[in-house]
Design a protein around this ligand. Structure first.
Ligand code: SF4
Ligand code: SF4
Length: 122
């Protein structure tokens, strides 16, 4: 099944399966993970907890940045105990740090970030 996802033009290209996660956002824009389904209240489409970082030029999981925002306590400080506990739980739930586990094929012909003048490096 093919579908279109809207991605930030400065997002890095998706790395190969198993490579370190670079915050390209493709997986979370395609569909939410189990934690994302809970906070997004949906099973398809972009996760509402996905946030773009202008400073880092990559997407970040909001459940690792400021989780209470997505469960009804937006004013709770990011370093509050509840946020620290939720962050720890979310880290396990989303399997952060295991590398890219998104087995998705991207159509380079439809990706405006791809410089078609430069031959693909192998
Ligand atoms: S897991 Fe893969 S697809 Fe998802 S943000 Fe990280 S690098 Fe991108
Ligand atoms: S990793 Fe975070 S941003 Fe991505 S789908 Fe899961 S909860 Fe949402």
């Amino acid at each position: 099944m093919s579908r279109v996802i809207w991605i930030h033009p400065e997002a890095p290209p998706k790395p190969a399966l198993g490579a370190p996660c670079n915050g390209c956002g493709v997986c979370c824009l395609a569909e939410p993970c189990p934690a994302g389904m809970v906070v997004s209240l949906k099973r398809h489409g972009a996760c509402r907890a996905l946030v773009w970082s202008d400073a880092e030029h990559q997407y970040r999981c909001g459940m690792l940045v400021h989780p209470s925002r997505y469960v009804g306590w937006p004013t709770l400080r990011p370093d509050a105990l509840l946020n620290r506990l939720m962050r720890r739980y979310a880290r396990r739930l989303i399997a952060a740090g295991i590398g890219c586990d998104a087995d998705l094929d991207l159509d380079r012909d439809l990706d405006p970030r791809v410089d078609r003048e430069t031959p693909e490096k192998r």
